[in-house]
Design a protein around this ligand. Sequence first.
Ligand code: NDP
Ligand code: GDR
Length: 375
Amino acid sequence: MKVALITGITGQDGSYLAELLLEKGYMVHGIKRRASLFNTDRIDHLYQDPHDPDLRLKLHYGDLTDSMNLVRIIQECQPDEIYNLGAMSHVKVSFECPEYVGNVDGLGTLRLLEAVRILGLEKKTRIYQASTSELYGGLPENKNERGFYDENSPFYPRSPYGVAKIYGFWITKNYREAYDLYACNGILFNHESPRRGETFVTRKITRAVAKIALGLQEKIFLGNLEAQRDWGHAKDYVRMMWMILQADKAEDWVIATGVTTTVREFVRMAFMEVGIELEFKGEGVEEKAYVKSCNNADFQIELGREVLSVDPTYFRPTEVDLLIGDPTKAKEKLGWVPEYDLEALVKDMMQSDIKLMKKDVDLLKAGHEILKQAE
Ligand code: NDP
Ligand code: GDR
C-alpha cells in the first residue's frame, strides 16, 4: 500500500486530496494543528476510529514551524509521497503577519525537505510543493508571447505571502538539483470550491449572494472589483497534484484554466445563478451594484435595491492585477483534462451555499442565532 503524508490536510485542497488518495487505496497521514476548537470540519466525513484494524487515515498533531515534530512524523510514516499544502494562504492577511508567513510558507518548506534528507529518504519519498501563481505578481511584461504566464515566465511577487512562497519554490528546486530528490513545484492558479475558506473572494461572494437572496444579509462589501483571476475547481487541481508525483521525471508545472475573469464578473455570475440580474453604477470606491431584475420566485428581493458597495479596507498595499495561466505543458505531458469550467464552478459553489444558508433560515425560525458573517 502506498503511503502519503499531507501537510494542510484540514484545508480546502488537503481535504479533496485526502479523499482522492483514499479512493486510490493509499494509507493517508495528515498533519493537523492543535486548536482550541475542532478544526477538522472538512475531513470529518473521512474520519476513522484509530482502533479500526483497516485504518487508512491517521492524523498527527504538528506544525510547519516545528522541525523536530516534522522529523518524527516523517520517520513514523515513512511516506512514499509528501504533499506540502500547509500554509498561511491568505494574501491580504500576509501583510499583517509577514514574519509568521515567512516562517511557515517559506522556511516550513525547507524544514520538510531537510527532514526527508536527514532521515535518508531521498530515494524513497517524492515531494509536492504547493507553489502559486502569486509568484508572477501579474506584471504584463512577464507574460509569454501568447499572453499567458507559463513555467518560464519570470517571477515578481507582490505580497509577503508571494515572497515566502518564492523561497518555497526555489528551495524545492534546489533540493531537487542538489540532492537528486524527486521534488516538484505545482504552480497552481486560483482554485475554489464549496470548501473554499470563507474570506477568499469567491466564497465570500457565493455565501453573501446566498444570504442576500434568502433575506439574511443586506449587501456585500468588496475591495478591488477590477482584479482578474484564472479560477478553476479545487477537485480538478488536486488530481493534478497526484499526477505530478506520478510523472517519470521531477519537474515544475503550471496548472490553470487559461481563462481570466474580473471579480465584478464573478459577482454578476453568482447573482445570475439565483436569477438576480445586477446593474453596476459608479467607478472605483464609488462603485455600487443594484438589483435590475429577479426571475426566481423563491427569492423576494426589491428591484433597485443596493446589494454591493466597495470598501477600501479590502484593498491590498500592493495588488496583483491580472493572472492567466498556460497549462499546455500539463495538458500535453500529463494528459490533464479539467472537468469544471467557471460556470460549473460558480454553480457548484452557489448550490452548496444556498443549501447551507437555508439551514440558517431554519435556525432563525427556531429562534437560534446564526453564523457570523465572514469578512
Ligand atoms: P487553506 O488555507 O484552505 O489550507 C491551508 C492549510 O494549511 C490548513 O490545513 C491549515 O491548517 C494549514 N496550516 C496553516 N498554517 C500551518 C502551520 N503553521 N503548520 C501546518 N499547517 C498549517 O489553503 P488551500 O487548501 O486553498 O491551499 C493549499 C496550499 O496551496 C497552500 O499552501 C496555498 O498557499 C497553496 N495554493 C492555493 C491556491 C488556491 O487557489 N487555493 C493556489 C495556489 C497555491 P488550519 O486548518 O489549522 O488553519
Ligand atoms: P488571492 O485570492 O489573493 O488571489 O490568493 P483572494 O480570493 O483573496 O483574492 C482574489 C482577488 O480578489 C480581490 N478582492 C478581494 N479579495 C478578498 N479576499 N476579499 C475581498 O473582499 C475582495 N475584494 C476584491 C483581491 O484584491 C484579489 O485581487 C489566492 C489564495 O488561495 C492564495 O493562497 C493562492 O496562492 C492564490 O489564490 C493563487
